[in-house]
Design a protein around this ligand. Structure first.
Ligand code: PEP
Length: 261
């Protein structure tokens, strides 16, 4: 059975004091707690990666970077390499978020290079893909998703389902308060899994975790998690408040308990 992932993408929010306060709340609630079948992840801004690794030790929360350079090293002012993330033992990194595609002109090819750089360092990419509203309204969702998968994963070798995760994030649902219905998400998640089975193997397609992102919050998480191909959320706004983030972990734990009963 695939784990349920509750991944918070903090984007460019929170300074040091807020980060420390959040970590203290997480520690108080999660330290020593069994998180069977649930994998919580948080992606803070770069300056706080190492601090959060330390602050959240023993809580089960894993740390992700929000971005990485497609270059290995060199004169790239402001960039951070996969080797640098590896030197901090960062286990996950988001790539291809629609905000990076839109505001930093990241193409599928650049995202592919980032995935290669991360895999070389044994960091697991969380690859974001998704269509915009116009594309959905024109019935182009499948074409867009397939093109993004083809482009971002061309010549990318995956040995195990745990090598990476995919996050389906319809752009029209990110930060808009408008969530995809469970059925809309499921349809795309199924499509992604089928593509992975053809491109890789049935085993990889069955085991890889496919997250949904787009205005996920405690109020809608339960119904989304009922979808068979949906393995958790990549969550922006609602992950910024410790009580909401913890509530979503509880909902995921209940879901796992329900499956096992
Ligand atoms: C995101 O940042 O990936 C995201 C899905 O944001 P939100 O949950 O705020 O829509």
């Amino acid at each position: 059975m695939r784990e349920i992932v509750i991944a918070g993408n903090w984007k460019m929010y929170k300074g040091l004091n807020e980060v420390l306060e959040f970590c203290a709340e997480i520690r108080a609630q999660l330290k020593g707690k069994e998180l069977c079948g649930v994998l919580p992840i948080l992606a803070p801004a770069y300056p706080f990666l190492a601090i959060m690794m330390k602050e959240l030790e023993g809580t089960g929360v894993q740390i992700a970077a929000q971005n990485v350079s497609n270059h290995n090293e060199g004169a790239y002012t402001g960039e951070v390499s996969s080797a640098m993330l590896a030197s901090l033992s960062i286990p996950y990194c988001i790539v291809g978020h629609s905000e990076r595609r839109a505001y930093h002109s990241e193409s599928d090819e650049i995202i592919r290079e980032k995935i290669m750089a991360l895999l070389t360092e044994e960091i697991k990419p969380i690859l974001c893909i998704g269509e915009n509203l116009d594309q959905r309204n024109k019935g182009e969702t499948q074409r867009v998703i397939m093109e993004q998968l083809e482009g971002c994963l061309r010549n990318v070798t995956l040995y195990s389902p745990s090598d990476m995760m995919i996050a389906y994030e319809p752009i029209w649902a990110i930060g808009t308060g408008r969530t995809a219905s469970g059925e809309q998400a499921q349809e795309v998640h199924r499509m992604i899994r089928k593509w992975l089975a053809i491109r890789y193997t049935d085993e990889l397609a069955d085991g890889i975790k496919i997250l949904y992102g787009g205005s996920v919050k405690p109020e809608n998480l339960e119904r989304l998690l009922k979808m068979p191909d949906l393995d958790g959320g990549l969550i922006g706004g609602a992950s910024l408040k410790a009580d909401k983030y913890l509530k979503m972990i509880e909902i995921a734990l209940d879901q796992v308990a329900g499956r096992n009963s």
